[in-house]
Design a protein around this ligand. Structure first.
Ligand code: TRP
Length: 326
């Protein structure tokens, strides 16, 4: 069975784009593969964070992921800092990657342009991400196209280490999720739905109440030619609604387009589908929130399962690069 690994930062809330774009695939992967999912709290520290907020958003994200369908019996779900091997391997990765390679990362350039305090951790972020992935002998990494460079550098690090010190790491492949589920901002359909752009009316939160969901979809930007077809180039707003409805129902947007003639009807159907999708998630989330001790217990069990694999990989890596065994 192939091993799948992915990571998600505990920053801000989950929105419909995360749900339909990535998490639906994560849920599917746990059926077909050996899936390992990590809440990357150490990566979150690369930018300034309020301690209480980080703590609560880590727990909340775990509960949201379980509410969405990640099942601790079927996958390994854990918090990065609970498995110290991540930090330990990250140092060895930092010593395997070059300053020049890290300087070419576009994510670093974007984030450092927007940040006043540029931590060294922000610069070496990809070394920690490589450690995350390589610790689990990962075959497949399902992440968005924006992570392409980070997966490439992980592969380069793995290959370089194997070349210098002998076979140590599995070289992972990047799997880009199916294109259909690219969910765009409802107000600016030319850009991805995103928690960082502060587009309140363009973003639907997974925990948003039905009234608000309906209002936002009703107000979504369309166009004036009155035609319903899936064509992102010239009809981004309408196409986005078709993507949302299609993804929520498990149909292709092209197929969905055939059933509607009026924008108003498309919007009502999309709103109903999103509300139907979110309500059971919100109910499960409320149940999990009622018992945080249980969530922590599940996360601890997840960390123990993860650590079994991670500690073996770390020991092998330490031996191969010449550290004296303790
Ligand atoms: N950098 C990823 C992001 O911003 C998060 C991440 C950290 C990750 N470690 C990972 C993703 C390992 C995949 C695999 O989305």
């Amino acid at each position: 069975m192939a091993r799948v690994f992915s990571g998600i930062q505990p920053s801000g809330d989950l929105h419909l784009g995360n749900l339909l774009g990535a998490l639906v695939n994560w849920v599917n992967h746990q059926e077909e593969h050996e899936a390992v999912y990590c809440i990357v709290d150490l990566h979150a520290l690369t930018l300034p964070k309020d301690p209480e907020e980080l703590r609560s958003s880590t727990l909340e994200l775990a509960q949201l992921l379980m509410a969405v369908g990640l099942d601790p019996d079927k996958c390994t779900l854990f918090v990065q800092s609970h498995v110290p091997e991540h930090s330990q391997l990250a140092w060895l990765m930092e010593c395997t990657v070059s300053y020049g390679e890290l300087s070419r990362m576009t994510a670093f350039k974007d984030k450092s342009d927007r940040s006043e305090f540029i931590s060294a951790g922000l610069f070496t972020y990809p070394a920690l991400q490589a450690a995350d992935i390589l610790l689990y002998d990962t075959d497949l990494v399902p992440v968005g196209d924006d992570q392409r460079q980070h997966i490439e550098i992980t592969r380069d690090i793995a290959e370089r280490f194997n070349h210098r010190f002998g076979e140590t790491f599995v070289v992972p492949e990047h799997v880009i999720p199916p294109a259909g589920a690219r969910i765009m901002d409802l107000q600016h359909p030319e850009r991805k739905m995103s928690k960082s752009q502060h587009s309140v009316n363009g973003t639907i939160n997974v925990l948003e109440n039905p009234d608000s969901v309906r209002k936002k979809i009703k107000r979504a930007v369309t166009d004036s030619d009155g035609e319903i077809r899936f064509d992102f180039e010239s009809k981004a707003g309408v196409s986005n609604l078709l993507s949302i409805l299609g993804a929520a129902k498990g149909d292709s947007p092209e197929e969905v387009a055939k059933s509607f003639e009026r924008y108003g009807d498309l919007k009502s159907a999309a709103a109903d589908a999103v509300v139907d999708l979110l309500l059971p998630i919100q109910e499960r989330y409320a149940d999990l929130q009622a018992d945080p001790a249980e969530t922590r217990r599940l996360l601890q069990a997840g960390a123990e399962k993860a650590q079994e694999v991670a500690s073996r990989t770390l020991t092998r890596t330490q031996q191969n690069c010449g550290l004296l065994q303790a």
